[in-house]
Design a protein around this ligand. Structure first.
Ligand SMILES: [Zn+2]
Length: 59
């Protein structure tokens, strides 16, 4: 389980609408609306304790 950083809803990673990488962390969004909101203002929503760390060197 992870948390949608925009709406705060708990979501299953496998069922998330989208996964967006920002600043070496991956964030899972529940729907297109949350994804658009996150991509518009990632700095506002991105919190490392919610995101999943992306291994360095992997694109
Ligand atoms: Zn959401």
């Amino acid at each position: 389980m992870t948390k949608d950083p925009v709406c705060g809803k708990r979501i299953n990673r496998g069922k998330a609408h989208a996964a967006v990488e920002y600043n070496h962390f991956l964030y899972f969004l529940c729907c297109p609306v949350c994804q658009a909101q996150f991509e518009k203002e990632p700095r506002r929503y991105a919190k490392p304790d919610i995101g999943v760390r992306v291994k360095q060197g992997v694109q």
